[in-house]
Structures are given as C-alpha cells and as structure tokens.
Write a protein that binds this ligand. Structure first.
Ligand code: G4P
Length: 533
C-alpha cells in the first residue's frame, strides 16, 4: 500500500462519506469512529442537536441566528497526522438527492453492511453513484455480534450485486454469541472480541494474538479454530488479494468485519482508512472553454457547490452553500466568482475545523466550507478567484417519483413557475416542462424531497397547489446528435420534456419503455444521471 508523497496542507486531507442501507449501523459507526479518533467525548453526540451543542462556538451562532442547521454536515477529526472530513450523507431514513450529491464531494467511502443481510437495495444505489466518479470504497461488515451470514456468502454478495472485487483483510471466527473476533490476514494475528464490552473504550485496539501462539486455543476453541484456519486459507487462496491500484480505481474493496455497537473493529477501520484512503483528487473542469484538470496543488482557490441548505426560518431567505474546495488556499474574506461572473466576498465562511469546531481562517483542497448567501449560489456552481473555472461534477439523477403540480388558481402559473424553478436551483426537487401542454412535472428520488418542496411552495410562496401522480415512471436525459434527438422527439412528442437547463428529457412510462427505446435508438443515450454544466 502506498502513502502519498505530496506535501502541503491539502495532502493531509481525507474527505469521505459513509454509505449504507438504513439500519445497517451508519450512525453507530459514525459515533464510534469519532469517539475512536477522540473527536467527541460521548456517544450520542452525533444525534444531539440540542441547546448544549448550540453554545459551542461562533459558527454555531450563525445556525442560531439564521436557523440554518449545518451541525452534522461535516465532521472533522485528526488521526495519524491526517485531517479527516467525514461528510454526513443526510436523510438516511429517506433517500434523497442530497445523499447522492454529497458523494460527489467525497474522495472515498466506507460501505457499511449488516452482516445478517449483506448488500441491500439502497447500498446498491449508493455504490452506483460512487461509480460515477470511481470513488474507492472500503467495506465494513457490521453487527458480527449477531448471527451473520457466512463470510463467503457476504463476499460473494458484494462481488455479484456490486460487481466489485471483494478482498477480505480479515476473517471472522464465528458470529453472534459465538463471535470470537477476527484474524488479521496480513499480519496473521488474531484480534479478540471481548464480550464484556463496558471496560473497552472505542479508542482501544482489540488485543492481538499471533496465530502461531499456543494462547490462541484459549480464545478460540478447537473446532472453531480449525474452521477459522480453513476459512483463512480459502480467503488467501481464492479471494482477490488487496491491490492498491484496483482499490483507487474503484474496482476492488478491502473488507473488514466488526461490531460498531460493541466498539469492535472500529479502531482498525480508522487505521485502515488512514492507510489507504486517497487524498484530494484532480478534478476535471473547463477553463475558458477548454477542458482542463484542476490539481489540488494548484494555487488558485476553486471549488464546487454540492449542497445548498435553506433557512428553516421563513422570515429569512438566507442559504448556506457547501463548497468543496478542489484547489488553493482559502482565506476568510476572500472574493470568489461564479463561472457566470457573480462575485461573492466570503466574509463569514463556516469552516468545520478543530475538535471544538471553532471558526478557522484557512481551508485547503479537500475541505468543505459553508458560504452564507442570499440565494446567489446554486447546486453545481463553481466558485474560483478568476471566475474562469467550471467544474462539471454535480450530476442530476433520474427521478423515481414524478408528480404533476395542479394549481387551485390557474392565474398563479407564473408564480408557480418561479417557485419551482427556484427550488430546482436550490436542488430541492427537479423540474420538467413537457413540450406539449403547460404542465409542471416535479421529480425527486425520495418522497421526503416532494414533501419538503410542497411545504415550501405553500409557506414561502403562498401558492395553493396539489401534487398528483404523473403518468410517467421515470425520466432519462437524451443525448446524441441534434438530428437524431429531433427524430426521437418527433416520434415521442407526448413524452418529451425540458429540464431547468432546457435539456431534452424522455419521460418514460416504465423501465421497460426505457430499455425498449435504448434498443430501438442505438445512436442515442438515455442517461440516468446528467452532469451539470
Ligand atoms: P443507521 O444509521 O444505518 O440507520 O443505523 P443505526 O446506527 O441507527 O443502527 C440501527 C440499529 O442497529 C440500532 O438499534 C443500533 O443500536 C443497532 N446496531 C448498530 N451497530 C450494531 C452492532 O454492531 N451490533 C448490534 N447488535 N447492533 C447494532 P436500534 O435498536 O434500532 O436503535 P437504538 O435504540 O439502539 O438506537
């Protein structure tokens, strides 16, 4: 495994996210990773949003004053001389585009699987998103203290469902009440799981015993030890071996086992992350109309907005734009420009640094800063010193829920247009205008997005509107030559729409209709994700 040789503050950054199906243990693991790194004092703080957290430091005041919740958006901690930015993927109860977009700002991800369930549907989708940028993924198989599937079955599941090579770094000895711990395959040492978990702190590494030691028999009884040795042999001979390049290219995932709740394997995961997770990567961009690559070591400050958080207080129209820095050394008070030339002086950035989250004055590639603004910034925007850079990193995703907006008062159509466009710019929901008729079709990947949008249309814009089922199942962006798109659009007039940027979208009645069209129109592409730009 290689260590980066670059120097500079940016090279210390490790920006990552945790992906999982609900209930696999993401929250528990997040808390324990932070506890393990010594960045929070007691479990439960990740969930806490009460008054006690409000008084901590200056930037919390911004939250209080403006009613914007940014508390858990980025969690920063130091470990082994590296600075980790753990990006919260919000709303894991409900799937939303926010989750997708946050992944575009991460350089790696930890995939948490429930040992009894393996790969679940939401995991699958999130991995698809990681694929868009080939984000390297580490796997943590959680809840080994409960009855689990066989390790072979779990590795096969990763391989089959995610088409990712699964390289076991450890091999578990049993599971549930018989769980004894895991064998570190590289060092040939056994890490024992203490069933009395209360005397172990999350920061502790599990006790290690060499596999050659006679003591091992006291930890793992005879029959189980034979099974462990057999499993380990199989893992070494049959499973893919860890390969740094494959991992970094997103083709292979190193697999670790543990129990987040019982603090087992968390410290080891933290160490593994420090060892293999990549730092900030070069970002493809367009500079003055020409394709270019922005290196994290480039001196010009540049970054992209991956999330916009609106004020929860309807009396203020403030927003916080989350800017992932891709290059340069950001300093408070800096003037940055969007690619359209809008200038913004970032005088009160929210920076997520240091253990007590005090306001810091500088940020580097890999870091995230919150930029308060009055609606000038939208998801996908680039900010840079020159204003000449445009990143194309934030995709829109094919909506899974499509709704038709029906106005009580048809004279309010203009107002509705403005409201829905503004919410689409903010990234709350997507907006499609069918070529025929005057409908407004709103799209989202999660139900909660629709609810938030409909609530905001009513309270912020005062428009009475209902959202009814639309006769479409999904949407695809159509790309190809202009002539071919025109031919397709001509044949499918009633199913064609434009998105907020005026790009052609095919509103399909079913997944079958999408595959049928793909077959019939081989010169066209029907995209599930559209890169903004
Ligand atoms: P999520 O964020 O991925 O949705 O999962 P979360 O951490 O909230 O965990 C879901 C449930 O699984 C929680 O139980 C949690 O305590 C449990 N859990 C997490 N990790 C482990 C583990 O390693 N072993 C075992 N046995 N359980 C684990 P809950 O009863 O739903 O909630 P709570 O009342 O404990 O918070």
């Amino acid at each position: 495994m290689t260590k980066p040789t670059e120097t500079g503050e940016w090279a210390r950054r490790r920006t990552y996210a945790i992906i999982s199906h609900p209930d696999a243990g993401k929250t528990t693991l997040t808390e324990n990773l932070l506890l393990s790194a010594g960045s929070i004092r007691a479990a439960g703080q990740v969930r806490a949003r009460g008054e006690n957290r409000r008084t901590q430091s200056d930037w919390m005041k911004i939250e209080q004053d403006r009613g914007i919740s940014v508390s858990a958006s980025v969690m920063t901690y130091e470990h082994q001389g590296l600075l980790f930015n753990l990006l919260d993927t919000p709303g894991h109860e409900d799937f939303s585009e926010d989750t997708y977009r946050t992944l575009t700002a991460a350089d790696s991800a930890i995939m948490v699987l429930d040992a009894a369930k393996g790969v679940e549907p939401r995991t699958l989708k999130l991995v698809e998103v990681c694929r868009l940028r080939d984000i390297p993924i580490l796997t943590f198989i959680n809840k080994m203290d409960r009855e689990a599937l066989d390790p072979e079955a779990l590795l096969d599941d990763i391989q089959d469902k995610l088409a990712l090579d699964a390289a076991p770094m450890q091999w578990p000895a049993e599971s549930g009440r018989r769980f004894k711990g895991v064998l570190d395959l590289k060092r040939d040492e056994f890490l024992s799981f203490g069933h009395a978990d209360d005397d172990r702190s999350p920061a502790d590494r599990a006790p290690r015993t060499p596999m050659s030691s006679a003591d091992l028999e006291r930890i793992v009884p005879d029959g189980e030890l034979a099974r462990l040795r057999e499993g380990a042999e199989m893992a070494r001979e049959v499973c893919p071996a860890y390969n740094d390049q494959s991992f970094r290219e997103g083709h292979l995932t190193p697999v670790y086992f543990g129990s987040a709740l019982r603090h087992f394997g968390v410290r080891e995961l933290l160490d593994a992350l420090a060892e293999v997770a990549p730092g900030p990567q070069p970002e493809p961009a367009v500079v003055k109309g020409q394709p270019a690559t922005i290196q994290p070591s480039d001196p010009e400050v540049a970054g992209f907005v991956f999330k916009v958080q609106a004020n929860m207080d309807p009396n203020h129209r403030d927003r916080v734009a989350f800017l992932r820095l891709a290059s340069g050394k950001f300093k408070r008070g800096m003037k940055l420009k969007t690619e359209k030339g809008k200038a913004i002086t970032v005088s009160s950035p929210i920076l997520f640094f240091a253990q007590d989250r005090e306001i810091a004055d500088e940020a580097f590639a890999g870091d995230v800063i919150g930029v308060p603004n009055h609606g000038a910034l939208r998801v996908g925007d680039t900010l840079s010193e020159s204003g000449a850079i445009r990143f194309a990193g934030i995709p829109n995703f094919a909506p899974e829920i499509l709704r038709r907006a029906r106005l009580k008062d048809p004279l309010k159509a203009k107002h509705l247009k403005k409201a829905l466009e503004s919410l689409a710019e903010e990234g709350v929901t997507q907006l499609f205008r069918p070529v025929l008729g005057g409908d407004f079709i709103v799209g989202a990947v999660g139900q909660l997005q629709i609810e938030v949008m409909s609530e905001r249309v009513a309270t912020e814009y005062g428009i009475e509107v209902t959202f009814e089922a639309a006769p479409y199942d999904t949407a695809r962006w159509v790309t190809g030559s202009d002539a071919e798109i025109e031919r397709f659009a001509d044949r499918h007039k009633s199913a064609m729409a434009e998105d907020i940027d005026g790009d052609p979208v095919f509103l399909a009645k079913s997944a079958w209709e999408v595959s049928y069209s793909e077959e019939k129109w081989p010169d066209l592409k029907f995209l599930r994700a559209k890169e903004r730009g």
